[in-house]
Design a protein around this ligand. Structure first.
Ligand code: FES
Ligand SMILES: [Fe+2]
Length: 414
């Protein structure tokens, strides 16, 4: 997984003052909390260096977090500053845990867990439209997948699946061909712009925009899909009513689980009355995608481009695969250095080693199917063939297998 990137981990509004919160990303548990002095966000390892208690169960005192077990106090830089059981003794230098830089931007809390200096870190994409509350009305949501985030990212930018997976919602089964498209790319993103023929509008959209004419007479709709390294997507649709933009971050909890958090903007129906409908439309699409993607095999994106067949409409996905492949090739020089790097100060001994696979790795989730033994073995095969990546901007993270899936959290299907 790409480590040297900013990752959105939570909505800003979902982290309250005085309430530490546990999040999991890249196989690692973090605690987030807000400092009392200025409300800024602190992100640090959720593992007390004393006896391994979860700091997220603790309390906030001034700008520090207090461990719930024996009351050790950690300052925002991860250093222990008070040990209540022996207040007169010096605090050991090793008494510290990892603390990570954070930013609050575009409604999200972003955390940087890599090892690049500030001026070399890849940028957070420009999603300033999220802040344009004059033009857009926003709804947000979270959705848990039993899939690797790269499969979800590819699905999110794939225009050819919409007539089949989302037929009648925004894909048009009467018109499945993918026309010519324009591609734009940079070091960090790839965008394709295309004109599609939408299906007839339904629900409140259909009442205001009947769009009932024959397919040939319906106005075509400009659509663009963009991926941003390492895990973000923007879907931009110019509907007849106005613009609809769905920004989503595919948070890699670990190899097998991904938490999608989205901000869906619309420049039409900007009253609160339409929020529920807007959110319902996004969840409907997510459920439709999940039914397919959670059952794709191998679960991890093949590293070898020839392992799957590609056609022209897969071009932006191929760009993504090439980008990660190129990263791997550039990795040679720095791989040895990084893999032998010593554990960060304060890391708990052994905490970064992979755990054994759970005896029950396929606990089913609502809306997902139980993994078969064959699926699990193909996942293991894909993992074996996955190279260790390590470059200036991406490096390998060992992902411990989960012993239990995250708690169910998706809203019921519409
Ligand atoms: S486990 Fe945290 S203070 Fe003892
Ligand atoms: Fe989809």
């Amino acid at each position: 997984m790409f480590k040297n990137f900013w990752y959105a981990v939570e909505f800003s509004t979902d982290l309250e003052v005085g309430k530490p919160k546990k999040v999991k990303i890249l196989g690692q548990q973090l605690v987030l909390y807000r400092k009392n002095s200025d409300n800024s966000v602190v992100a640090m390892s959720d593992l007390c260096v004393h006896r391994g208690a979860a700091l997220s169960g603790g309390t906030i005192k001034d700008d520090c977090i207090v461990c719930p077990y024996h009351g050790w106090e950690y300052s925002p830089d991860g250093a222990v500053q008070k040990v209540p059981a022996q207040p007169d003794k010096a605090i050991p230098r090793k008494a510290r845990i990892d603390s990570y830089p954070t930013q609050e931007k575009y409604m999200f809390i972003w955390v940087y867990m890599g090892d690049l200096p500030e001026d070399e870190r890849p940028p957070i994409p420009d999603w300033s439209e999220i802040d344009d509350t004059e033009t857009y009305r926003a709804v947000t949501g979270s959705f848990l997948w039993n899939s690797n985030y790269e499969r979800i990212l590819e699905n999110g930018v794939d225009v050819a699946h919409t007539p089949f997976v989302h037929g009648g919602v925004f894909g048009n089964p009467e018109k499945p061909e993918v026309p010519e498209f324009v591609m734009e790319e940079s070091d960090w993103h790839c965008k394709i712009s295309i004109v599609l023929n939408p299906p007839r509008s339904k629900g409140i959209w259909g009442m205001i925009n009947p769009n009932r004419q024959a397919l040939a007479d319906r106005p075509p709709v400009p659509v663009s899909t963009t991926w941003y390294l390492p895990n973000m997507i923007l879907l931009d649709v110019g509907t007849p009513m106005g613009a609809m933009k769905i920004f989503d971050v595919n948070i890699p909890i670990d190899d097998e689980w991904t938490l999608v958090k989205f901000v869906a903007l619309r420049s039409f129906f900007k009253g609160k009355w339409a929020d529920r409908d807007a959110r319902r439309r996004v969840f409907k699409v997510l459920y439709e995608d999940q039914a397919i993607v959670d059952n794709v095999r191998p679960e991890l994106l093949p590293f070898d481009l020839s392992a799957e067949l590609h056609i022209k409409s897969d071009q932006n996905a191929v760009k993504y695969r090439r980008r990660r492949q190129g990263s791997s090739r550039r990795a040679g020089a720095s791989k040895a250095t990084r893999s032998s790097a010593k554990a960060a100060p304060g890391s708990r001994p052994g905490s970064s080693r992979p755990r054994r696979a759970s005896p029950c790795p396929s606990w089913p989730m609502p809306g997902t199917s139980r993994r078969s033994a064959a699926a699990r073995s193909s996942r293991a095969a894909a993992r074996r063939h996955r190279p260790a990546w390590s470059t200036a901007w991406c490096c390998t993270t060992t992902i411990p297998l989960r012993s239990r899936p995250p708690r169910p959290m998706n809203p019921p299907p519409a």
